[in-house]
Design a protein around this ligand. Structure first.
Ligand code: ATP
Length: 285
C-alpha cells in the first residue's frame, strides 16, 4: 500500500463577471482567481485491496461518490484506464463549505494532482485541469493554482503574474447562499458595475497590490450584500482596521480583505472572532 499526500488550496475571486447564460444553461464567466494558503489536506491510500472509502473530518460533507474528491479519482483512473486495487481518501477539512472558497473543487484538484504524480505525471498540469472540468467548474483552476484568468464555465485558463506579496483575511458568516438562485437573480437584473479585468491584469503585472485591491469587483457582491446586511458590518471592520480592499468571493457567503501584513490581519481577526468563529488569515500561494 502507498499513501499520497496533497494540499488542497482554497480559491478567491479577485474579479468575477457573469457574461451571460449559454444555451446549455450554464453561464459564461470571466474571473481572476487566486489560490490561498487556507487549505484542506488530502491523503490517499492506494492498493488497499478493499472497496473505496472516503473519510472527512467535517461530518456535513458527503463521503460517497457525491464527494468531488471521489469523483475526481474516478475520472482520473477511468481516463488513464487504471485500477488502483482499492482506494481510501481522507480529507482534513479546514475550508468552510458553501462559502465561495471552492472547498470541494480544491479537494478534487488535489486528488487529480496526487494521482497524476503517483502515475509518474503522464498528464501536463493543463491536461489535468482539462480533465478536472468533468468534475466541476472550479476544478480546472484549483488544479492549476496561483493566479489566473478563468473564462467560459471555468475550463479556459490563462496564467497571470503571481499576486504581489500581501495577506488575506477571510471571514465566513453563518448564512449560506444558494448558487442557482443567485444565478437566476443575476439573469433578471442589469449588472450596474463590472470588473475591469484589463486593469486587474496590469496591476498584477506591475506587482502593485494597492491597484489589485482597487480593482477587486465581484458582480454577485451587491446582490448578496443587499440581502445580508451583516456583510456590510464585516466590511466596515475590514475598512476600519487597515484593509486596502475587500469583497465577497464567488457566490458567497465568505468575504475577504487584502491587508498589507500580519499585524493588520491579526487585529481584524481579533475584532471579528467573537461574532465569527470562521475567520482565517492566509497568504497567496
Ligand atoms: P464554490 O466556491 O465552488 O461554489 P463552495 O465554497 O460554495 O464552492 P463547497 O465547499 O465546494 O462550496 O461545498 C459545496 C457542496 O459540495 C457542499 O454542500 C457538499 O455537499 C458538496 N461537496 C462535495 N464534495 C465536497 C468536498 N470534498 N468538500 C466539501 N463539500 C463537498
Amino acid at each position: 500500500m502507498t499513501t499520497l499526500y496533497e494540499p488542497a488550496y482554497a480559491k478567491l475571486n479577485l474579479t468575477l463577471d457573469v457574461l451571460g447564460k449559454r444555451e446549455d444553461g450554464y453561464h459564461d464567466l470571466k474571473s481572476v482567481m487566486q489560490t490561498i494558503s487556507l487549505r484542506d489536506d488530502i491523503e490517499i491510500d492506494i492498493e488497499t485491496g478493499k472497496p473505496w472509502v472516503l473519510r472527512c473530518t467535517n461530518e456535513a460533507v458527503p463521503t460517497d461518490e457525491r464527494n468531488l474528491a471521489w469523483k475526481a479519482a474516478k475520472v482520473y483512473l477511468d481516463a488513464m484506464n487504471k485500477d488502483p486495487n482499492g482506494l481510501e481518501i481522507r480529507i482534513t477539512k479546514r475550508i468552510p463549505s458553501e462559502a465561495g472558497l471552492g472547498g470541494g473543487s480544491a479537494d478534487a484538484a488535489a486528488v487529480l494532482r496526487a494521482l497524476n504524480k503517483y502515475c509518474g505525471n503522464p498528464l501536463s498540469i493543463l491536461a489535468l485541469a482539462e480533465l478536472g472540468a468533468q468534475v466541476g467548474s472550479d476544478v480546472p483552476f484549483c488544479t492549476l493554482c496561483g493566479t489566473a484568468m478563468v473564462e467560459g464555465r471555468g475550463e479556459r485558463l490563462r496564467k497571470l503574474p503571481n499576486m504581489p506579496d500581501c495577506v488575506f483575511v477571510v471571514c465566513k458568516p453563518d448564512f449560506s447562499v444558494s448558487t442557482p438562485v443567485l444565478y437566476n437573480e443575476i439573469d433578471s437584473c442589469a449588472i450596474a458595475k463590472r470588473p475591469d479585468n484589463t486593469a486587474m491584469e496590469s496591476a498584477l503585472l506591475a506587482g502593485d497590490f494597492g491597484k489589485v485591491a482597487e480593482n477587486l469587483l465581484n458582480v454577485f457582491d451587491p446582490i448578496v450584500t443587499q440581502k445580508h446586511l451583516e456583510l456590510n458590518y464585516i466590511k466596515s471592520i475590514f475598512n476600519s482596521y487597515g484593509a486596502v480592499g475587500y469583497q465577497m468571493t464567488g457566490s458567497g457567503s465568505a468575504v475577504f480583505a487584502i491587508v498589507p501584513d500580519f499585524e493588520f490581519a491579526a487585529v481584524i481577526c481579533n475584532m471579528l472572532r467573537d461574532n465569527y468563529p470562521q475567520v482565517f488569515i492566509a497568504k497567496p500561494v
